[in-house]
Design a protein. Structure first.
Lengths: 505, 509
């Protein structure tokens, strides 16, 4: 696995599609759509190759690249100069998230057939967003991570602001400000780490025991480390999002176009979880353990608050948005457990929720196209005219509430298993959330599929083939993880072990 | 000074300045003797030729040892050279923009524009090399006086007149303040040479007379800083910027916001890091003796930098005129560049140079777009950008790149520049200043993205396509190349600076 160019090619492979698109005329809709979709297949294929070639029994990073990128400090003046490296590499966790990214992006590209205006610009931004997301998960250098992280910001802003629903610009601005502030805090934390350790390499930073640094370095003091960890948690809490920093995400879910929401809730939110695991837990294992109780409380708030509010929503999109808040609470609970089961549950939840929420929002898109509304009181009884769609919606809903045999069950089960071992009282309260989840999911699904069919919806068409395929793929993956979790667990266990070694659990 | 000593000077080091000077003289003679019907727009190409030749002279000077002439008043070191190259590139960009400016021919004295531009550039270049307060003052005045006239170039336009008037009045005050400060420094040290000032103030720590007056010495440097703040367009002398930027012809605005500012920073660095470096500060500790004066002033400079960032970025939010918006943006940008000045680490000079270079590419690129759009629309109202994407998608994309870079978003030179500044600030533990910088950067997203939202999301008032003229087109292309190129491969510039320049050699030995 010593191919140094492979990851770079994978990350920048969407550029091929962008270049082709750039030379196409603006007004040929169908070919633009085809090229836009095909362009997402290339990274998908490469990611699958990477997944096959990945050696799950090797503990170290694979497909590693490291090239000097920026020189810091003039060697004439400072006698020594530091380099920031263009460093890439993947472990099991990164690789799975890259695979998830390519799958969901391809599906979202397929769902983009409904985009009507400015198709060329749409797909260009869409592919640029994919470059950013892939880079985030493959970066082994903090600055590079930040660069890719911010690279997702600009395309997402425009995708929301241009192709979204009525209040799109407001949502886009809110997205920009919240995420801008979050990444600003993150950058401060990263640079402070760099100034005190002289490296931005993620692997090296994880290997340093900060408490052993000479006491002249502020980082050697635990109070300083707490502060830094707090900054990082805040930065990723915005992204995940953690209550009370979640309001921007609701707007985005309500106003952004469906494929963007698929990507947003399927992948972009997951960057928050990835950051918590890789940086917060990875760099400050001891301090993180001290914070764990607080995080568990926040996770509980997310879980219950999201679930209860989702129950009261009348707009299906908002039900799903609050459901995302609620499900991200489980990620936090799993991480706060600080043991193998808990962390594995959290990672499973990240991937499983990525697929499930992408699928649910895909279904939203299908319904919206036909009924032009997502208000629950305006749609009912669609099972008669759209039996296949309704069936798939029910399946996705069941996965979301954690039905055994589907991916949601595995992740919630493991997260709670871990948490019961460590914080049984909080875990017991948390299980309440699972019940509420079942209630709000079923309430929404029933409302849409059963009851009296509205007159104007008597003759709406059922799922077309182009819609059926992505939905089938998603439900297939969800069930695959549900019945055979080893597909994920095998490549993950070494990555999780290395995180746990730091915590000492 | 007899002829022999005069001839013994190594005049070759002034070759770039002589080139610019000769160009200015030739252009003024051409303007005088050519027929009235001769198209003076072509002067731009002559001026450009002069700038190019001067640039080549600068390139040949790379790597030459530190040379001083005229009794140590004029100094060529790597620092001066690095900044001169920025000034020349910036001036070249502005000249290219000016070729297409004023299609309707409102400026009746077009020739004047070019040779005054050359003298302004000459002043700016000499500023970077001034090692003496007299040379410094003369160059500063040359730059300022030429700029006053340039700002009022559109003689029949009231806003242009207002701009020139405000600029003169503010500039006059600033000049007086600088002169006042310089007179104190001279009074205490008995010399006008910055390097000698350095030595005397250093020895002065043992001199009870100088030591007891250290408050006044520190005060004199505060005065000089305040006066230079005018050139930098930063707090406290920033209020002229919005009005002057709005009223002045767009190429002049671009010149003021980039070239003039760059020269201001060069002189600021030399004045403070050389002249002031060894002076005794206000506080004395029993163990280590008096602190250096820079340390006593640092908190105040930090507050001024923070205020520039806050005032610039918040005032820009409400602007309806694109040139006013960019005036506030440039106040904020000056605030960012003051951060490494305050932090004063071994990275400072390199960081400032890199940021100003990035700023040159992104800001002049943006001004080229602004010039074309506002000429086409007949006003500099921000509304003119609405729907630009529909009308000319490539221009809109280019503008988006410049704006993203000004906002400091990665993959652009602006980000690398900000990152460097940030790193330096945190290295020297200026945590709150770094926080202000990053906080105001996020605020700046509002107005930079606001322009982008107009370009891409709003409908155009009329669908007329916008053709891009040659000169401005070249500026935009080079601007894009610089902004993205140095954003993705920053080491192309940083490595060049480190390999060929010894920036440390502007400090006294």
């Amino acid at each position: 696995m010593s191919d140094p160019y492979f990851l770079s090619i994978l990350i920048f492979s969407p550029l091929v599609g962008m270049i082709v698109l750039a030379f196409m005329p603006k007004d040929v809709k169908a070919p633009l759509r085809t090229v836009g979709f095909l362009a997402t297949l290339l990274p998908l294929i490469l990611a699958l190759i990477a997944f096959v070639r990945f050696n799950a029994d090797m503990g170290e990073l694979q497909f590693v690249t490291s090239v000097p990128w920026i020189e810091i400090g003039d060697p004439e003046v400072t006698n020594s100069s530091l380099y920031i490296y263009y460093a890439l590499g993947v472990d099991g966790l990164s690789l799975l998230l890259i695979l998830l990214t390519t799958i969901i992006t391809a599906l979202a590209a397929a769902a983009s057939v409904k985009i009507q205006k400015e198709i060329k610009g749409y797909y260009l931004l869409f592919l640029l967003l994919e470059v950013g997301m892939l880079g985030v998960f493959a970066s082994q250098n903090l600055l590079l991570f930040f660069v890719f992280f911010e690279m997702t910001l600009v395309p997402t802003y425009f995708l929301i602001a241009k192709w979204g629903y009525r209040e799109r610009e407001k949502a886009a601005n809110m997205f920009l400000i919240y995420n801008g502030l979050g990444s600003a805090v993150m950058l401060i934390a990263f640079i402070v780490l760099f100034t005190q350790t002289g490296t931005m390499n993620i692997e090296k930073l994880q290997a340093i025991d900060f408490s052993r640094l000479p006491s002249t370095v502020p980082l050697a003091h635990s109070a300083f480390r707490y502060g830094l960890l707090f900054a990082l948690i805040v930065a990723f809490a915005v992204k995940l999002p953690i209550f009370p920093l979640h309001s921007w995400m609701l707007r985005v879910h309500a106003e952004a176009p469906v494929p963007t929401v698929m990507i947003h809730s399927g992948i972009l939110l997951k960057i928050g979880a990835y950051g918590l695991i890789r940086f917060c837990m990875g760099f400050f294992p001891e301090a993180f353990a001290d914070f764990a109780y607080g995080l568990a409380i926040l996770g509980l708030i997310n879980l219950l608050y999201g679930a209860f509010i989702a129950f009261r929503q009348s707009d299906f999109k908002l039900v799903l948005a609050y459901s995302s808040v609620s499900h991200m609470g489980i990620v936090l609970l799993g991480l706060a457990a600080l043991n193998t089961a808990g962390i594995q549950g959290a990672v499973f939840q990240v991937i499983s929720h990525g697929m499930i929420s992408a699928m649910l929002f895909f279904m939203v898109g299908v319904f919206y196209e036909r009924t032009h509304t997502t208000e629950l009181r305006n749609i009912s009884g669609l099972a008669k005219s759209m039996p296949r769609t309704s069936g798939l919606l029910l399946a996705a809903g069941l996965a979301s509430l954690g039905l055994p045999g589907m991916s949601g069950f595995i992740s919630e089960f493991m997260a709670f298993l871990g948490l019961f071992e460590r914080l049984p009282v909080l875990a017991a309260i948390g299980t309440l959330g699972i019940i509420v989840t079942a209630v709000y999911v079923l309430r929404a699904v029933m409302k849409i599929t059963f009851g009296k069919t509205k007159e104007e919806h008597q003759s709406v068409a059922d799922l077309r083939l182009v819609e059926l395929l992505p939905a089938a793929v998603m439900i297939g993956v969800i069930i695959l993880i549900g019945v055979y979790p080893a597909v994920l667990a095998d490549s993950l266990h070494l990555a999780i072990d290395s995180v746990l070694v730091g915590i000492g659990g | 000074m007899d002829l022999e000593t005069l001839l013994s000077f190594h005049w070759g080091i002034m070759a770039p300045e002589f080139t610019i000077f000769i160009t200015a003289v030739v252009l003024s003679l051409m303007d005088l003797f050519f027929s009235r019907h001769f198209n003076r727009r072509l002067f731009a190409w002559w001026a450009l030729l002069g700038v190019a030749v001067a640039f080549i002279f600068c390139v040949t000077e790379i790597g030459s040892p530190v040379t001083t002439i005229l009794g140590g008043t004029y100094r060529l070191d790597s620092f001066a050279l690095a900044f001169k190259m920025l000034l020349l590139i910036g001036a070249g960009f502005v000249l290219l923009m000016s070729v297409d400016y004023d299609k309707k021919g409102e400026i009746s004295y077009r020739g004047e524009f070019y040779y005054l531009f050359m003298t302004a550039l000459l002043g700016a270049m000499m500023l970077t090399s001034s090692a003496d307060m007299i040379t410094l003052f003369v160059s500063l005045e040359l730059l300022s006086l030429s700029s006053y006239i340039l700002a009022g170039m559109r003689k029949n336009d009231p806003t242009s007149n207002e701009a020139a008037f405000k600029y003169v009045v503010n500039g006059g005050i600033a000049t007086a303040v600088i002169l006042f400060g310089i007179s104190y420094v001279y009074g205490f040290t008995g010399t006008t040479n910055l390097y000698e000032v350095n030595e005397i103030l250093n020895a002065g720590n043992a001199n009870p007379l100088l030591f007891s007056d250290r408050y006044l010495i520190v005060f004199s440097f505060v005065l000089v800083f305040a006066g230079l703040a005018f050139k930098l367009a930063t707090v406290p002398f920033h209020m002229w910027a919005p009005d002057v930027y709005e009223g002045a012809p767009t190429p002049v605005t671009a010149f003021l916001s980039v070239v003039s500012k760059t020269a201001g920073f060069a002189v600021l660095l030399r004045f403070f890091y050389v002249g002031f470096a060894q002076a005794a500060g206000l506080h004395t500790s029993s163990q280590s003796g008096p602190e250096i004066a820079f340390a006593s002033l640092e908190p105040y400079f930090a507050v001024l930098a923070a205020m520039a960032m806050i005032i610039g970025n918040t005032a820009a939010l409400k602007q309806k005129n694109i040139k006013r918006l960019f005036a506030y943006s440039s106040i904020a940008q000056a605030g960012y560049v003051l951060v490494p000045f305050v932090a004063f680490t071994s990275l400072t000079v390199g960081d400032i140079w890199f940021y100003l270079m990035a700023y040159l590419f992104m800001n002049l690129g943006a001004f080229a777009v602004i010039q074309v759009v506002s000429e086409k629309e007949g006003s500099a109202d921000i509304q003119g950008f609405a729907g630009l994407y529909r009308r000319s998608p490539w221009i809109a994309l280019a503008m988006a790149v410049f704006l993203v870079s000004l906002a400091g978003i990665p993959a652009t030179a602006g980000f690398i520049g900000k990152f460097n500044i940030f790193l330096g600030a945190l290295l020297s533990s200026h945590y709150w200043l770094a926080s202000v910088m990053i906080g105001t950067t996020v605020i700046s997203y509002f107005y930079y993205f606001g322009i982008m939202a107009r370009m891409f999301l709003r409908p155009a008032s009329h669908p007329e396509k916008m053709a891009f003229p040659l000169g401005a087109g070249i500026v935009v292309c080079l601007g894009i190349a610089g902004t993205l190129g140095f954003g993705i491969f920053p080491n192309a510039a940083i490595g060049f600076l480190h390999d060929y320049f010894q920036l440390g050699n502007f400090f006294p030995e």
